[in-house]
Structures are given as C-alpha cells and as structure tokens.
Write a protein that binds this ligand. Structure first.
Ligand SMILES: [Zn+2]
Length: 82
C-alpha cells in the first residue's frame, strides 16, 4: 500500500510546521498529543486509533485523525533529507 495513503496524509500535513500548527506534544504525565483547536488529546498508546476531537472541532474528519503516525512519518522524512 502507498505509504501516504496508509498514513492518511495530505501534502499540506506532510511538513512539521503545518503539523505543529494543529497539534502540540506533551509528556506529562505520559506522552500525549493535543489538538490546538479543541484541546482534545490522545495518548501515545492509542496512536493506532482515530483521534477524538470535540464534536464541534473544525479539524474533525479526514486529514487529522492520526497525528502520531503523521508525526512519525514527518520525522522519518526529515532524517532522510539531511
Ligand atoms: Zn480538535
């Protein structure tokens, strides 16, 4: 399967600047990512599940369901680029 499809990434979400506008990373008390819009969060151990936004969050749906996988993909590509 195409890697980009598997990650549910779009070109807009494939760079870390764009990613960081949507999400913030925290490690207290355990690693989790927060949505900057609705303040929903997801633990690292739930990274294979779709992110749960607030019902009225504008990031609901398509491009913003797997922030951990997006981040790992971005990190992998940054390594290869240098
Ligand atoms: Zn949200």
């Amino acid at each position: 399967m195409d890697t980009l499809k598997w990650l549910n990434l779009t070109p807009q979400l494939s760079d870390v600047d764009t990613w960081a506008k949507l999400w913030s990373v925290h490690d207290d008390p355990s690693p989790h990512i927060r949505c900057r819009i609705c303040d929903g969060y997801q633990q690292l151990r739930d990274s294979s599940k779709p992110f749960v936004h607030s019902p009225n969050c504008k990031l609901m749906g398509g491009q913003s369901r797997f922030p951990w996988r997006d981040l790992l993909w971005i990190a992998g590509n940054v390594q290869e680029a240098y």
